[in-house]
Design a protein around this ligand. Sequence first.
Ligand code: GLN
Length: 191
Amino acid sequence: MKMGVLALQGDFAEHVRILEQIGVTAVEVRLPLDLADIDGLIIPGGESTTIGKLAVRFGLMKPIRQLASTKPVWGTCAGAIFLARDARHSQPMLGLMDIAIKRNAFGRQAESFETDIEVPEIFTAEDSRSVHAVFIRAPLIESVGADVKVLARLSDGRIVAARQHNLLATAFHPELTGDDRFHRYFLTLGR
Ligand code: GLN
C-alpha cells in the first residue's frame, strides 16, 4: 500500500513518519503526477489558506477531487478545513466533505490545548477507548450533512471528528501523539 501525504506546507513529515512506522510507503505529494499511484491521501495540519493557494498554483485541486471519488482522503486540522464544503472564509477549498467548519474556533487565549477524547466508532476496547488529542489553533466542525457521521465530540458536545464514507476530518492532530491508531483506521477506509 502507498499512501500520499500532501506536502505543500504544514506537518506532513509527521504523517510520513507514522505511516512508515506502521509499514506503509508514504509518498509526498506536491504535483499532480504524485497522485498517480497512491491508495489515498492525507492532508496535514498547517495553514489552510496557504495549503489551498499552493494547491491551486500547482494544479492539484481537480486531481485531488478526482482521487477522492474513489480513494480515502483524511484532513487533520488545516487539512480538515481544506476538505470542507464551508469554512465561512474566502479561501480555496476542496469542498468535498459536507461539513461546515469554523477556523481558529478556540480563540486567542486558548489557541492550543490537549485533552483525551472518546471515539466510540473506532476505539471500543475498554483499555483504549480514548485518544489523546492535540488542538493547535484548531477548527471546530459546526454542522454536518446527513451523509456525515460524527466520530468524536468534546465533553461539551462540540464536534471534532467526522467521516463521510471515504472522507475523514479531524480538528486535532493524531500525527503528533505517537498513537498510530487513527492512521491504522484511515487505512481501512479504502478497503
Ligand atoms: N489555524 C489553522 C488554519 O486555520 C489550522 C491550524 C492547524 O492546522 N493546526 O488553517
